[in-house]
Design a protein around this ligand. Structure first.
Ligand code: SAH
Ligand code: MG
Length: 195
């Protein structure tokens, strides 16, 4: 893997205000994923492929990542980036809306990274649980959404997102098959392990 290229891609994404994974969030995930040694990771929301390329380092040998993106410009850039970094044979990019693509998938995953439309998190959770192996982990990024989720704030144009993020937290907390932690790292990270 070409780490210099990866660093250039990261800089460009930050310059263009693409919401790539934050360093401290990645660091926490690294700890979990190094232990888990996932054979297959599902990512919902690829953007230009930065986080997926980072996750390649944590895969088991011959492991793969399936990632989903709907924005055509970002899809094009992600594909170029995978080649530049030399990970194009480890990452499958599904092009289109995750709401339509997820129900067509029937793989088994050791880890899932949810990082797309916040209003769809409960749906992404349902689909992820359907495909998650026992012992597998679902990570949900931006779960605290700038603090809105834990405040009484509800008059915002983003209130649908906030409502659905709260619903996600409620569902993972009440599901007795899951062991969940909510961390304040980055924009908030929910980590749920399937017992
Ligand atoms: N995981 C990336 C950042 C993803 S940003 C990283 O850390 O590098 C969120 C991305 O999700 C955006 O590019 C957006 O286009 C995409 N997205 C949002 N909702 C989606 C949906 N329903 N289906 C597919 N992609 C979606
Ligand atoms: Mg994010």
């Amino acid at each position: 893997m070409n780490k210099e290229e990866l660093e250039i891609i990261k800089r460009k994404a930050l310059d263009e205000h693409i919401p790539i994974i934050m360093d401290d969030t990645l660091e926490i995930m690294e700890k979990y994923l190094n232990k888990l040694k996932p054979k297959r990771i599902l990512e919902i929301g690829a953007a230009v492929g930065y986080s997926a390329m980072c996750f390649c380092e944590f895969l088991a040998e011959d492991g793969v990542i399936d990632t989903i993106e709907r924005d055509e410009e970002r899809i094009k850039e992600a594909k170029e980036n995978f080649k530049k970094v030399g990970v194009e044979n480890k990452i499958n990019l599904y092009e289109g809306d995750a709401v339509e693509i997820l129900p067509t998938l029937n793989e088994k995953y050791d880890a899932v990274f949810i990082d797309a439309a916040k209003g769809k998190y409960p749906f992404f959770l349902k689909e992820s649980l359907r495909m998650l192996n026992t012992g597998g982990i679902i990570f949900a990024d931006n779960i605290l959404y700038k603090g809105y989720v834990m405040s009484d704030y509800n008059k915002h144009k983003q209130r649908t997102a906030v409502r659905n993020l709260r619903e996600y937290i409620k569902e993972v907390s009440e599901n007795s098959n899951l062991q969940t932690e909510i961390l304040e790292v980055g924009d908030g990270l929910a980590i749920s392990k399937l017992k």
